[in-house]
Write a protein that binds this ligand. Structure first.
Ligand code: S3P
Length: 194
């Protein structure tokens, strides 16, 4: 099994803690899981996998279309199956969907798959919602069906926060940080530099 590359932080190099085989990023929509995940994977020398993309590739269909045609419960079943499949990969930085930890099956998979270290990217709901709105202007094809009602989205946020927190070994407050700065903080916490 390939070990993680040495990671440069300032003038020193570090390696990940022994036994860590994948880093999983969790948090609400707009938390930066995908953009931070890409930077982290590059720094560690691992593959990056986005669970939403993985699910869409397996389904041969977009998330928006899965929601519209089959409904959310069907989407959630496909998400669990994509997660189980993704967790079989070592040496991977995996970005979850914002709702992945809401399902008990998914939490058990994350807790019980050896070598899995979860990082929670946290920010206030208002910041996350604004980021999502900006993203939807910039990429109108990237549709997030669960954002259709802001009131419902906030209620999902409140329900999910305790799950994100409980799953995570590391929590980073991301509101004022760029993706590169968040990735740097994750590495510092992982390697014990801070
Ligand atoms: C969802 C978040 C999305 C995607 C789907 C549902 C959610 O992922 O899985 O639209 O329920 O929060 P991102 O958090 O990557 O946007």
């Amino acid at each position: 099994m390939a070990a993680a590359n040495p990671i440069s932080l300032g003038a020193t190099t570090f390696t990940l803690p022994a036994g860590v085989r994948r880093i999983v990023l969790t948090g609400f929509m707009g938390a930066g899981k995908t953009s931070v995940g890409r930077v982290l994977a590059e720094r560690v020398g691992w593959q990056f996998l986005d669970l939403d993309d993985h699910l869409e590739a397996r389904a041969g269909n977009s998330i928006a279309s899965l929601f519209e045609t089959h409904g959310e419960p069907h989407f959630r079943r496909m998400e669990s199956s994509a997660l189980a499949n993704a967790l079989a990969r070592p040496n991977t930085v995996l970005a979850l969907g914002g709702g992945t930890p809401e399902q008990l099956t998914n939490r058990l998979l994350l807790e019980q798959t050896p070598g899995t270290l979860v990082v929670f990217l946290d920010a206030p709901f208002e910041t996350l919602f604004d980021r999502c709105m900006l993203q939807s202007f910039a990429s109108p094809d990237h549709i997030r069906p669960v954002l259709a009602s802001p009131v419902e989205a906030e209620s999902r946020f409140r329900t999910r926060q305790p799950h994100y927190r409980r799953l995570a070994r590391i929590t980073i407050a991301t509101a004022d940080l760029s993706p590169a700065e968040v990735a740097e903080q994750v590495l510092e916490r992982l390697t014990g530099k801070n």
